[in-house]
Design a binder for this molecule. Sequence first.
Ligand SMILES: [Zn+2]
Length: 161
Amino acid sequence: MDGWIEHVAEGPCIEHTGSYHYSGYGRVYRNGKSLGAHRVAYCRANGLEIEDISGKLVRHACDNPACVNPEHLSLGDHADNMMDKMHRGRCGSRPGSWIIFMQSPEGKRRTFLSQKEAAEAVGLAQPSISKLVKGGHVKASKMRGWVFLRAHKVVLGKGRA
Ligand SMILES: [Zn+2]
């Protein structure tokens, strides 16, 4: 399941600054329709229309749902699709929770859909993850080689928390 998060994003993320879906994906409104900002960015960069990628997924190499840097976006296949559905289902059920981005001891970027999930993977207690999310520090020896990158709050409706 790590296939789609193995390729590393080139350059920094460009975050969408408009409205956000509770999943963390930026939204763009066009002709009364709500579109994923990353989908629009992908089409713009590749000279495609939004209809050209209908049914296909635009994936983030950086795991940052808010990112619209075309360098970080790629079109997903069916396996990715299934993965994304799972991801979305789990994300969508928990507005107000945090998506946590960390680097594994092997140097891979990993995304966790809750503090609990991150805590289990890293072998920390949940309050330690909570501390990291709030900008606090956890002893390197306790992190077992993991590096905390950033956290993104899952929000409902417009704006960001
Ligand atoms: Zn990015």
